[in-house]
Design a protein around this ligand. Structure first.
Ligand code: HEM
Ligand code: CU
Length: 554
């Protein structure tokens, strides 16, 4: 198969201009931005919920909201942040926008399926949030562990399950499309080992989605049977087994970490070379480490269950397998450092967020390896140490990369530049706020403060207050970002086609790009990281590609 034929799916009936963004568009760029904007709205909602949580936790007694409400808010916060913000944005958002460019295609392999995948999200999100207002919202956390999820008031929990099923379906449709696009829509002559790293990351992620999300879906369907039809799959009172639920749940939800973080790895691997003006170091090892992470990610789920009566041999297996993930991850870390090493680094907002990502991710990775060790895990299980750890991964890792990516690709999305001063202010507030919010939680956990509670021992007050002040800073930090993104769309300096003098193919067309991505023939796509390499030494199979890339090198 070659590039998708334009006439086949872009009917002339499609709305034009900004109206496109509110329509059932089949253009991958429109769909990508629809994902990004929708995801950002949910981020604001999830963030407001985090604000409620941290306000409650600013004092040891439960005085701001009731304990039940706390559980409901906590459940909604976790679910919104994971299923409606990070997963859709790093996969659907940037994936849809970038992947067709990176393989030299005019759209995704299945444009209609793509639109369906996106349009499942807003109703699912509305359903989820409305479940809060149904009598008895879900209270059992984003993990929905039985027996709690079976015994707490039912209506909200069932709606919660429906919503997560829809979001899982959306994610599977998206993944099928990414796999087909990367494998089948590549330009003739473009080898897999020449693809930008984000394509590999999305290939790996999509494999994880396709293998693990159906398991979550099946599990949640059984759980809903337990709730509405009083079957006994997971209900101990009816002879069911709650540990089976945990195995099935974590078979999806451990890989879910990589469904969030692998695309972020991919995005950073695109951003660093451009702003350091050096090729990505160790391309081949970067590819194999993604595949290694995919494989290991699938076989380590039970490290979440060390305290669930797991037999010793199993604990040993899961400790060793989990610890091994440090190897491919470490390879990526050192490759990123080597990419920066000796580069002409531009310390702009995109670079600042990317470097902070590396720093947070290493820290979160190290506490992760610590958690994989059974004796340590038993000590800190279900304490704030875990909350600190995973927020370093999901926020310090993934969300920082989302911000870096917004600063990096905004000129392509809109044709205008973001304001760098506001960007740096946003970075400063986010960086300080984030670390102030989540670093103290490691000490809280080590000293025994349990997670998922609205009340705590007054001895933990000071560190919790520091954490809440950090949360406030994070809330404030979204203001410069919002202002910047909206103001610059109208008033920002015009960006031109390729403001970063980048080499990847999305920059070889106008900003914003036309429908069908390129006017006329698609340019040939090759060698995305050839900074500093003399033109005659670039290994190009297709000679016309040479002219293409020499335009950007400098
Ligand atoms: C966008 C990134 C974020 C993601 C993916 C995320 C995810 C989660 C998840 C999955 C939980 C666990 C919920 C549960 O146990 O059911 C959680 C809990 C929590 N989050 Fe976030 N969160 C994010 C951002 C934030 C922010 C910005 C704050 C604070 C400003 C925050 C504060 C909290 C708190 C205090 C808890 C309660 C922990 C507990 O009691 O177990 N989160 N988050
Ligand atoms: Cu895990």
């Amino acid at each position: 198969m070659t590039v998708a034929s334009p006439e086949s799916f872009q009917g002339s009936l499609q709305p034009q201009g900004w109206l496109r963004y509110f329509s059932f568009s089949l253009d991958h760029k429109v769909i990508g931005l629809q994902y990004l904007v929708t995801g950002f709205i949910f981020y604001l909602i999830g963030g407001a919920l985090a604000g409620v949580i941290r306000t409650e936790l600013a004092s040891p007694i439960s005085d701001f909201i009731s304990r039940d409400t706390y559980n409901e808010v906590l459940t909604l916060h976790g679910t919104v942040m994971i299923f409606l913000w990070i997963v859709p944005v790093v996969n659907g958002g940037f994936g849809n926008y970038l992947i067709p460019f990176y393989v030299g295609a005019r759209d995704m392999a299945f444009p209609r399926l793509n639109a369906v995948a996106f349009w499942m999200i807003p109703p699912a999100g509305i359903l989820l949030i409305s479940s809060y207002f149904i009598s008895g919202a879900a209270q059992s956390g984003w993990t929905a562990y039985p027996p709690l999820s079976i015994t707490t008031p039912a209506a909200g929990q069932v709606v919660w399950i429906l919503s997560v099923l829809l979001l899982g379906g959306s994610s599977i449709f998206g993944a099928i499309n990414f796999i087909a696009t990367v494998l089948k829509l590549r330009q003739p002559g473009l080898k897999l080992m020449q693809l930008p790293m984000y394509c590999w990351a999305m290939l790996g992620t999509s494999i994880l989605v396709v293998l693990s999300t159906p398991v979550l879906a099946g599990t949640l369907i059984l759980l809903s049977f337990d709730i509405v039809a009083h079957t006994g799959f997971f209900n101990p009172a009816l002879g069911g087994n709650v540990v089976v639920y945990q195995h099935l749940f974590w078979f999806y939800s451990h890989p879910a970490v990589y469904i969030m973080v692998l695309p972020a790895f991919g995005l950073v691997s695109e951003i660093l070379p451009i702003h350091a003006r050096k090729p990505l170091f160790g391309y081949t090892t970067m590819v194999y480490s993604i595949l290694g992470i995919v494989f290991l990610g699938l076989i380590v789920w039970a490290h979440h269950m060390f305290t669930s009566g797991t037999p010793p041999w199993m604990r040993l297996f899961f400790t060793i397998a989990t610890s091994f993930i440090a190897v491919p991850t470490g390879i990526k870390f050192f490759n990123w450092l080597a990419t920066l090493w000796g580069g002409k680094i531009a310390l702009n907002s995109a670079m600042l967020f990317s470097c902070a990502f590396i720093f947070h991710f290493v820290f979160g990775g190290i506490t992760g390896v610590a958690l994989a060790q059974v004796p340590f895990d038993i000590h800190v299980h279900d304490t704030y140490f875990v909350v600190g750890h995973f927020h370093y991964i999901v926020y310090g890792g993934t969300v920082f990369v989302i911000f870096a990516a917004i600063y990096h690709w905004y000129p392509k999305f809109t044709g205008r530049m973001l304001n760098e001063d506001l960007g740096r202010l946003h970075f400063l507030l986010t960086f300080v706020g984030f670390n102030l919010c989540f670093l103290p939680q490691h000490w809280l956990g080590l000293n025994g403060m349990p997670r998922r509670v609205a009340e705590y021992d007054p001895a933990f007050t000071t560190l919790n207050q520091a954490s809440s002040v950090g949360a406030l800073l994070m809330a404030v930090s979204t203001l410069p970002l919002l202002y910047n993104v909206i103001w610059s769309a109208f008033r920002g300096p015009v960006a031109g086609d390729n403001p970063w003098r980048a080499l990847t193919p999305e920059w070889l067309t106008s900003s914003p790009p036309p429908v069908e991505n390129w006017v006329g023939a698609a340019p040939l796509v090759h060698e995305p990281y050839a900074y500093g390499i003399p033109a005659d030494q670039i290994d190009l199979d297709v000679t016309s590609g040479k002219d293409l890339w020499s335009g950007g090198r400098g």
